[in-house]
Design a protein around this ligand. Sequence first.
Ligand code: KG4
Ligand code: ZN
Length: 357
Amino acid sequence: MLVLGIETTCDETAAAVIERRADGSGRILSNVVRSQTEEHIPFGGVVPEIAARAHVDALDGIIASAMQESGLRFPQLSGVAAAAGPGLIGGVIVGLTTAKAIAMVHKTPLIAVNHLEAHALTPRLTCALAFPYCLFLASGGHTQIVAALGVGEYVRLGTTVDDAMGEAFDKVAKMLSLPYPGGPQVERAALGGDPKRFTFPRPMLGRADANFSLSGLKTAVRNEASRLGTLEPQDVSDLCAGFQAAVLESTSDRLGVGLRLFHEQFGPPRALVAAGGVAANQAIRGALQQVAAKAETTLIIPPPALCTDNGAMIAWAGAERLALDMIDTMEAPPRARWRLDENATAPPGLAHTRAGF
Ligand code: KG4
Ligand code: ZN
């Protein structure tokens, strides 16, 4: 099975071709990503209208490169997949419409992939992981703990009630005048900082649910920063170290609860999988390692290029769905919001349904 995947939900324009073999294993034939970070730097964050226009400009060329690198021609494809949401709607429309055009012209199946499902299924491309497993997704747009039970079968165990974790890193960086994207900058600054100089709150610590909250912590950092007035480099480092330490402690606690809920409802997970840009943070990786060990499970973090947004994850999710005949029609809508377990009717944590149906 050979599938082209297209990703345009945020600020990466990406296309890839993957092969899925009958035994369920996968191989990446090409994976082309064009980041728009440069375009958004002057604004200190992603501007939806600029993102959509940049996708329009870049996508044709990115798809052509992905096809060329794969050595395949369109008629050889078994299907074409696009991320149909959740994300910035302008970009989603660009990618999904392009995929529909290719599917129509070459009479090949269309798969409208949920971007979150693609993150969730990525470890099955890289390391033949069996269900069920627990996913921790932390990016600029999402912070979720998800039980992955099967293709199209997910239960959201926890989510942020306000800011996404990457977004909190970006906002803290911005208020400390560190450049965008802020995550890596905050991590670097924190290395030389004293995490104990400021006492920041540990949001949601000890709560019975597995939800996250980051906006109060962000405000606490802002308050300390404005109290100090002029910030010396050491102040910035100490503020970053304090913020990151609070995020670590809160994440460990929330994931500990998430894994316990998983265990109670679905038995032991085969692994704890981390994905999203925040999973690049070394300190967070260390904390995840400890959480996984405590829960007697294995930590899997896909390689960085597959943790952040890319086309291979969309192509792979498309192939997994195609293998189960879960294909879509030309009516498939672009969606700004799209919960993985959106059809859940039972209380959160108990329901699981097929994503996208
Ligand atoms: O998954 P991703 O590349 O894109 C989406 O948001 O979908 O994640 C980007 C986010 C940004 O908010 C960025 O600041 C954060 O991940 N990030 C980090 C690190 N590297 C990237 N956050 C903390 N520490 C890092 N080293
Ligand atoms: Zn993503």
